[in-house]
Design a binder for this molecule. Structure first.
Ligand code: ADP
Ligand code: MG
Length: 749
């Protein structure tokens, strides 16, 4: 008998094991039994052939309608064709052979029913499978085949050309038969409470169901495994985090924080006060804070982070702020320097009495400036150090690192969090991660399940709402002309505008790699997204047949035409960092009217006088990214206007996305839309992605209730038995999940 961890060859033999490994990346009995059917065929129900699409790998159940054999021209050999049907549509099976193909004529006589598997293509207007694998139903040989035939329901597995569905089913059959009853990963109480069937039953039921109700019960149960095992792992991590020590950093009376608060030119929102109070309390604990702060663009996260940093500096510690890009690090540096004023000018003329110092550490720093920043960081004379990935390098040392703040969490991996964490001397630093991408609750629970979460739900008062409109440039060309006029009007009224393009352009021919260059390499999920399908020219039927609009080209056109006479500047990720900084500064200072840019401005950039944003080829951006982008306008007293220019037709799916963005300012609602269109693996990041994703049945949005319950159950269990001593099946499942995550992690490195 076999166990789940056994290598497949022990149950299916060397040959099949090799094929399963190479074609589907399945290596153990557990891997194979975790490879679930995509759908099920009811015996006798023919597959709907009309819906097949070119390029699909399909397994269809159909009946042979007619056959023919003809000789190949100029060659010795023959072409055997069988036309199969579901009663409505037709599909041609084409086989090329050396001599005659008598055996196929015998196999596939008219009236025969079978399963046919291959890749759909079109030839002279006819759908066909070339050299499909097939399995005639009702005449199967012994063993597995016969048992298969006896079943009412045929599982259809995601197959490849080397591995048709029924060969997978054969191996699964063997594995199920030789499997020893495995320890159940779900504790008995959980199974009873939620009326879930046993693990062995569920495995059998999902692979070889008696009927569809059997499938359903099995799926319900196996979904629980996915949610529960992950939540147990996260609960263990949360528990482990509380066992680390950190230096408590209590607020000091009359310290920098108090002075800062007294001088703050605005009132904190209720949300800011609440989150601030929670964080202040976290920092006093002797175990590390581990908190996610989420809030819309402009909700005022930076002030909260700064207040936490000041509390730590008051308590003799240092704080770092890690930003995802050079531009953002510099912007944080400038805005924090101006918020702190004399409080950050220790040792300088005009510095306050117990002032600290601010250091900036980025990759583009000159040698002298870098030496100075490194020295200030190491000696502790800089209380607050702001920077990019450059902060992670070995030679960056701290005197007493007490707090790590990470801006835009989704651009940093766990390994980077850990790199900074290891730079603290005694114990661990407190950790605050900030994200402006609103995440639905269950996703937060799943992706950031080892973090506590604070959420800012309101924007500071005095913000003007952003209105968003779709500009259908193809149907209504004069709307585009009106768009440029609108910019001129705003500029005449003393305001500024962004024009965002999906591509940099400029020198040389257009290559699809340019799309990736759209931004600093670390950034831009959606820019990578639009680049993914090789040129992105037909994404959702949008702007077909031409490359995406490029910032450099458009800037030239605008300067020579509709925006002639205005002060234009160009900004993109390929500019040298100091050039980027100069452009951004000039725009912030009002020396530039219109900034033609790529998604470099996506996150965090703050120019309150910018009132309009025009996004070209808006259909090429993701929903969340559009929402982030438009957060750049409407930051001052002036109402923001965002125009989404697209050539996508009214009925294109891309258009529906844009209408959704125009229709709501609710970032949470938009992130749900985004999520629905994204594979869950993308959301979970690399560690969870890939074919062996740990989430196969579970859907983060649809299964919210289940995930919440699983989290409660998992937390209770881990509190009672952290090592899972009483649950060997669960312990093994958690180990397997960690291993899978590590394998993917290693492959990535
Ligand atoms: P986020 O990082 O969440 O996108 P920021 O912290 O950059 O937002 O805040 C955006 C702007 O709003 C900044 O100029 C900041 O000084 C200002 N701000 C923050 N909190 C408030 C508040 N309570 N009232 C008014 N303005 C605020
Ligand atoms: Mg910010």
């Amino acid at each position: 008998m076999a166990i789940l961890a056994d290598p497949l060859r022990l149950v299916v033999g060397d040959k099949a094991a090799k094929r399963l490994a190479s074609a589907l990346d399945l290596h153990t009995v557990g891997d194979l039994l975790g490879y679930y059917p995509r759908r099920y065929e009811q015996r006798g129900d023919l597959t709907d052939l009309v819906t097949l699409r070119d390029g699909d790998h399909v397994t269809v159940q159909a009946e042979v309608a007619s056959v023919s054999t003809r000789r190949m021209r100029n060659r010795s050999g023959s072409i055997f064709e069988a036309v199969v049907t579901d009663g409505r549509g037709h599909l041609t099976l084409t086989f090329f052979g050396r001599g005659r193909q008598d055996f196929r004529e015998r196999d596939l006589a008219p009236g025969t029913r079978g399963l046919f598997s291959g890749q759909v293509s079109s030839f002279r207007g006819k759908r066909q499978l070339t050299h499909p694998d097939y399995e005639v139903l009702g005449t199967g040989p012994s063993g597995a085949r016969a048992a298969e035939y006896a079943a009412e329901i045929i599982p259809v597995y995601p197959a490849t050309s080397q591995m048709p569905s029924w060969k997978i089913a054969d191996s699964v059959y063997l594995a199920l038969h030789s499997l020893d009853v495995p320890d159940d990963p779900l504790p008995e109480q959980v199974r009873c409470r939620y009326d879930l069937r046993g693990y062995a039953d569920a495995l059998r039921g999902i692979h070889r169901p008696a009927d569809m109700a059997d499938v359903q019960r099995s799926r319900d149960r196996l979904k629980w495994d996915e949610a529960f095992v992950l939540q147990v792992l996260l609960a263990q991590r949360r528990l482990a985090a509380t066992s680390y020590t950190a230096i408590p950093r209590p607020a000091v009376e009359g310290g920098l924080l108090a002075e800062f608060d007294a001088a703050l030119p605005f009132e904190l929102t209720i949300g800011q006060q609440l989150a601030g109070a929670t964080i202040a309390t976290d920092l006093v604990q002797d175990h590390p804070m581990h908190r996610l702060l989420q809030g819309e663009v402009g909700s005022g996260k930076t002030v909260i982070a700064l207040r936490a940093m000041l509390q730590v500096v008051d308590a003799a510690g240092q704080a770092v702020l890690l930003a995802p890009t050079e531009v953002l690090a510099q912007q944080h540096y400038r805005s924090i320097a101006s918020l702190l004023g004399p409080l950050a000018m220790a040792g300088q003329l005009g510095g306050a009495e117990h002032a600290t110092r601010l250091a900036l550490l980025t990759g583009s720093l000159g040698a002298a400036a870098r030496r100075k920043a490194l020295a200030e960081s190491e000696s502790g004379s800089a209380g607050i150090i702001i920077g990019t990935h450059a902060l992670l390098e070995d030679r960056v040392q701290f005197d007493d690192l007490g707090l790590v703040v990470i801006d835009e969490q989704h651009r940093f991996g766990v390994e980077q969090r850990d790199a900074l964490r290891d730079k603290a001397g005694d114990g661990r630093p407190h950790m605050l991660v900030m994200t402006a991408t609103p995440i639905p609750r269950t996703v937060a629970m799943t992706v950031f399940g080892d973090l506590d979460v604070s959420t800012l739900t309101e924007l500071p008062a005095g913000r003007s709402p952003i209105s968003t409109h779709v500009v259908p440039a193809a149907d209504r060309p004069h709307y585009l002309a009106r768009t440029w006029e609108r910019i001129r009007e705003e500029v005449a009224a003393g305001r500024q505008a962004y024009v965002v393009c999906p591509r940099i352009g400029g020198d040389g021919p257009v290559g699809s790699d340019e799309l990736l260059a759209c931004d600093d390499a670390a950034s831009g999920r959606a820019s990578a997204e639009s680049a993914s399908d090789d040129g992105a020219e037909t994404r959702d039927g949008a702007s077909p047949g031409r490359p995406p609009i490029a910032a450099v080209d458009l800037a030239a056109e605008l300067a020579a035409g509709p925006l002639g006479g205005l002060r234009l500047a160009i900004m993109h990720g390929r500019l040298p960092p100091d050039e980027k900084d100069k452009v951004m500064l000039a725009f912030a200072d009002g020396m530039v009217d219109v900034l033609v840019t790529t998604t470099v401005v996506e996150v965090g950039v703050d120019v309150p006088n910018a009132a309009v944003m025009v996004i070209m080829d808006a259909d090429r951006f993701g929903v969340s990214q559009l929402h982030q982008l438009r957060g750049r306008v409407g930051r001052g007293a002036v109402p923001g206007l965002c125009l989404l220019v697209t050539e996508a037709g009214e009925d294109a799916p891309a258009r529906a996305r844009l209408d959704a963005v125009a229709g709501t300012l609710d970032g949470f609602a938009l992130s749900r839309i985004d999520l629905e269109q994204r594979r869950e693996g993308d959301v979970l990041g690399t560690a969870q992605a890939g074919r062996k994703s740990s989430l196969k049945l579970l859907q983060l949005l649809r299964d919210e209730d289940l995930i919440s319950r699983a989290r409660e159950e998992a937390t209770a269990l881990v509190d009672a038995d952290a090592a899972l001593a009483g649950e060997p099946g669960l312990a093994a499942a958690v180990r397997a999940l960690v291993d899978a995550a590590e394998t993917t992690y290693l492959e990535k490195a």
